[in-house]
Ligand binder design. Structure first.
Ligand code: AMP
Length: 286
């Protein structure tokens, strides 16, 4: 097996990618904030399968956290992350410092309009600005052929796809399925903030989405009626605070009154100090 490199600087990762490309290799890229779990691993596996040279970035991006958010306490098990990447056949881990990524006050921001306003955008006003900007920077640094994202963060994947399309960025965005625990909870680095009891209660998040799916499958089309049932389930979480329960068009992310075609039921709930989001795709036309 080829030795995995750890690049701490932009020039180091650029040189490694340049060498790989000169050998005709297709470059795959998986951007992460570390604390790697089976969700991230599924993206790495897809990248290893579909490309010849895989770069994983591990960067807890300060510009996408709200003031008073969990930036400081976000888990950073770097040694363990490197071990996972090594085992999975990653070629380069790019792990820059905030200083390397933002050496000066950042004045250039990439804003995707409309798609960033609903769902998480209502509660984290500058979050997507941070995400799109850091992804644009990372794409410019790594120059991948394909970048891999998880459907777990569906709005993020849709926003990034639109940024790439509107700005003619020369890469493809691959969106991979949400990986869940056995009891249905979407795997997330933030699940470790939960106590045992909260972790059990958190299974109600996926249950509310499953309820939505069964209602749609049984012919209910009024989104208000469906969302009321979803809220009922989520209200059973004693320490839970619902941020949103929405059923939106799966492409435009606009609210809809009646379910037709592809819809994205999505929820965000605060449980204790964790903010957990989840969604599913439902195609009512099939
Ligand atoms: P993060 O480290 O949380 O920024 O996530 C990095 C990438 O992993 C994003 O594209 C996420 O959507 C993806 N991801 C996180 N959790 C999961 C999951 N449970 N299943 C699939 N992808 C995930």
């Amino acid at each position: 097996m080829v030795k995995m490199e750890v690049a701490r600087t932009i020039s180091a990762v650029r040189n490694l990618v340049k060498a790989a490309r000169s050998e005709g290799k297709k470059i795959g890229f998986v951007p992460t904030m570390g604390a790697l779990h089976i969700g991230h691993i599924s993206l790495i596996e897809a990248a290893v399968q579909q490309t010849d040279f895989v770069v994983v970035s591990i960067f807890v991006n300060p510009t996408q956290f709200e003031p008073g958010g969990d930036f400081k306490k976000y888990p950073r098990p770097f040694g363990k992350d490197l071990e996972i990447c090594r085992k999975k056949g990653v070629d380069v881990v790019f792990a820059p410092t905030p200083q390397e990524m933002y050496p000066m006050e950042n004045l250039a921001w990439v804003n995707v309009e409309k798609l960033t306003e609903p769902l998480c955008g209502q509660f984290r006003p500058r979050h997507f600005l941070g995400v799109t900007t850091v992804c644009a920077k990372l794409f410019n640094i790594v120059l991948p052929d394909i970048a891999f994202f998880g459907r777990k963060d569906a709005q993020q994947a849709i926003v990034i796809k639109r940024m790439v399309a509107d700005l003619n960025m020369p890469l493809e965005i691959a969106v991979c399925p949400t990986i869940r625990e056995q009891d249905g909870l979407a795997v997330s680095s933030r699940n470790q903030y939960l106590t045992c009891k909260q972790r059990k209660d958190a299974t109600l998040i996926y249950k509310s989405l499953q309820k939505c799916q069964t209602m749609i499958e049984s012919g209910v089309t009024e989104t208000q009626e469906i969302m009321a049932q979803m809220r009922k389930i989520l209200n059973q979480i004693p320490s839970g605070k619902i941020e949103y329960v929405s059923i939106v068009d799966a492409e435009t992310l606009e609210n809809i009154d009646q379910v037709e075609d592809k819809v994205l039921p999505a929820v965000s709930v605060r449980i204790g100090s964790a903010r957990l989001i989840d969604n599913i795709l439902v195609d009512a036309s099939t």
